[in-house]
Design a protein around this ligand. Sequence first.
Ligand SMILES: Nc1ncnc2c1ncn2[C@@H]1O[C@H](COP(=O)(O)OP(=O)(O)OP(=O)(O)O)[C@@H](O)[C@H]1O
Ligand SMILES: [Mg+2]
Length: 149
Amino acid sequence: MNSSAPLWQRTSRVTREIWLAAEMSAPRYARAFVPGVLVDWGLERLREDAELVASELVTNALRVACVAGPAPCAAASVRREMIRVRLVLLEGSLIIEVWDPAVARPAPARVMDPSAENGRGMLIVEALSAQWNSYDPAEGGKWVWAELR
Ligand SMILES: Nc1ncnc2c1ncn2[C@@H]1O[C@H](COP(=O)(O)OP(=O)(O)OP(=O)(O)O)[C@@H](O)[C@H]1O
Ligand SMILES: [Mg+2]
């Protein structure tokens, strides 16, 4: 874990995590995972935003976790990696973090271009979260995280 790993990685914490195959179904499974955890943690009010953030982060992870082709895992022949989705309960906030095997970091567009067909995901994450960032764990790949308050 490098020194830029966020504080919650170095302190005791409550977490819930799922591993998903990098397939088209991954964003749907990620959305389905969120509400039950939020009920357990008494954070139902964050449900809508948390589902949206999780699904944007997972959709991005899906693209880089599929080794071949621009379309997310469209071809049956592509090698599929795993994606990890983790929720972390902090005092007063919720962290949603998603791991993928790629080193490259998200590069959000600077402005929302209404005619663009993509480049919205991280702007949505930015709008819904108090902060977001990414870090490299010792095991490789990267985690991209967003904090909802
Ligand atoms: N997990 C990731 N790993 C590597 N690069 C990423 C990751 N997430 C985002 N990026 C990069 O950041 C860019 C912006 O991401 P963003 O989600 O805003 O847009 P998009 O995925 O291209 O389009 P949209 O989300 O609107 O379908 C992506 O095009 C990609 O280049
Ligand atoms: Mg995206």
